[in-house]
Design a protein around this ligand. Structure first.
Ligand code: TYD
Ligand code: MG
Length: 460
């Protein structure tokens, strides 16, 4: 029997150390060491086997790029348009997708639902290391999922899973989750860096060798990053993140990495008592129950991938009782809010230094685009002055350090979305109007904004 030893492995770069360290000397990551048990034989002896397991292609020669034939991706629709959009048009044959998200967000539900739809045309093997077959059946019944092409296996041993794959030969293999699967050849416990790496390598090899589409479920740790080695994200073809507040019904899926499509698209779902249902018109949903005639609210239009989305930002500025005022920001970058606060203080003389500021984007949406600046600034000014922004006004534009309003891309599609949802006044960057004048529908007025000074005139 091989001798075992306990080591500490950096989950970021897999640097090995005999003792725990706060900072990894190799990659500089903090608090990244986790304990693992490995065999104490020299690494060089084990290496060939690991490499063989992980080999994803045939032995190759360098070829001039002109002579290479393009890969044609064979995609299968998952049946959920919102998910297909994020995947870049469907699940690619022979690809490995990692689906991550917090516990209880709906990963297993989503995968069982698409198994049912994919199982109508192709063979699907749903492997669970977390739930019993009876539990899965119960959930499948609730979701209305059935079919003779959908196979369920409750197993965590990778060798057994691969054996079953040989006999079932599925087109789609779903593994829920990569942290529960293990190989008995390694002495470390399931979920450890070594086990997660081994398990991912086995399934990637499976996908690349026989063209099975593999979906792996990945747990996240309490910091929100994927549990296991960082290398996991590099190895797979796509990393999808399932986000949302568990208390709210809305769930957003986005691609953090996608070798077969854009990473800008998002898919929106709603959790119902019969599983996840698609939300094809998220703007309407995000605006639902908007308070009317209240200060501190402003509608904005952001573009996620190719899709314009209307969202609402809320700001509340209240006198502080702390020596340094609070800044609580949800759904937008904190530094962006600091910048906008500084610009409004300096250019408009609005004091925020004596006020706590709370800022929130409704619906659990996260906005990364600077085009939201104008609406954020408007909501902040509105709260300080206690004057509401008109309900039918939406604001689009980026704010520069001199207080100027900078132009944004994709203005036409944003204006169209605003019109569709009944906004009749849209504050847009002045410079956008000088370039190519958009043509709004009758009754809709575009208000050019040159700088933050113009925002004061927009309040009621
Ligand atoms: P689950 O899919 O198991 O989450 P994960 O695999 O990401 O941990 O469960 C999601 C939650 O959704 C669970 O708390 C119960 C709830 N749920 C519904 O509201 N409706 C449903 O139809 C189902 C199946 C689950
Ligand atoms: Mg689950």
């Amino acid at each position: 029997m091989p001798k075992l030893k306990s080591v500490f492995i950096c989950s970021s770069c897999e640097f090995e150390s005999p003792k725990w360290m706060g900072k990894c000397p190799n990659c500089g990551a903090w608090n990244s060491f986790v304990e693992d048990v490995v065999e104490s034989e020299p690494a060089s002896k084990k290496q060939p086997e690991v490499r063989q397991r992980g080999s994803v292609g045939k032995k190759g020669r360098a070829v001039p790029v002109d002579q290479i034939e393009e890969d044609t991706f064979i995609r299968s629709k998952t049946g959920l348009g919102e998910l297909d959009r994020v995947l870049g048009g469907g699940l690619v044959r022979g690809s490995v997708v990692l689906l991550t998200g917090e516990p209880g967000i709906g990963k297993s539900t989503l995968l069982l639902q698409i198994s049912g739809i994919l199982g109508k045309k192709r063979k699907v093997l749903y492997v669970s290391g977390e739930e019993s077959a009876g539990q899965i059946k119960l959930r499948a019944k609730r979701l209305g999922v059935a079919g003779e092409n959908l196979f369920v296996l409750t197993e965590a041993n990778i060798d057994r899973i691969l054996e079953e794959c040989e006999s079932v030969s599925p087109d789609v293999l779903i593994v829920d989750s990569v942290q529960t699967t293990y190989t008995p050849e390694s002495a470390s416990s399931p979920g450890s860096v070594t086990q997660v790496r081994e398990s991912a390598l086995s399934f990637i090899a499976k996908a690349k060798n026989d063209g099975t589409s593999v979906i792996l479920v990945g747990h996240v740790n309490k910091e929100g990053s994927i549990a296991g080695p960082k290398i996991l994200e590099h190895m797979v073809d796509a990393v999808l993140c399932f986000e949302g507040e568990r208390q709210q019904a809305y769930r957003i899926i986005r691609a953090n990495k996608n070798r077969y499509g854009s990473t800008d698209e998002i898919g929106v779902f709603e959790m119902t008592d019969r599983g996840l249902s698609e939300v094809p018109n998220p703007s309407e949903t995000l605006l639902e129950g908007r308070p009317k005639n209240v200060s501190g609210n402003c509608a904005l239009c952001t573009v996620e991938g190719t899709r314009p989305l209307i969202a609402e930002v809320q700001a509340l500025a209240a006198p502080t009782s702390f020596p340094s005022p609070r800044r609580t920001v949800n759904g937008v970058d904190y530094n962006r809010i600091c910048l906008i606060t500084a610009v409004l203080e300096k250019r408009l003389g609005i004091r925020f230094g004596d006020k706590d500021l709370y800022l929130n984007v409704i619906g659990g949406l996260r906005i990364e685009e600077p085009a939201a600046d104008l609406a954020i600034a408007l909501a902040m000014i509105s709260s300080v002055k206690d004057k509401p922004v008109p309900d039918t006004l939406a604001a689009i534009g980026e704010i520069g350090l001199s207080g100027e309003c900078r132009s944004v891309s994709g203005l036409e599609s944003r204006i169209k979305e605003c019109e569709r949802l009944g906004f009749d006044r849209i504050a847009v960057p002045h410079r956008n109007l000088t370039k190519k004048k958009p043509d709004p529908a009758s009754g809709v007025r575009l208000i050019p904004v040159r700088s933050v000074f113009d925002l004061l005139d927009l309040l009621e």
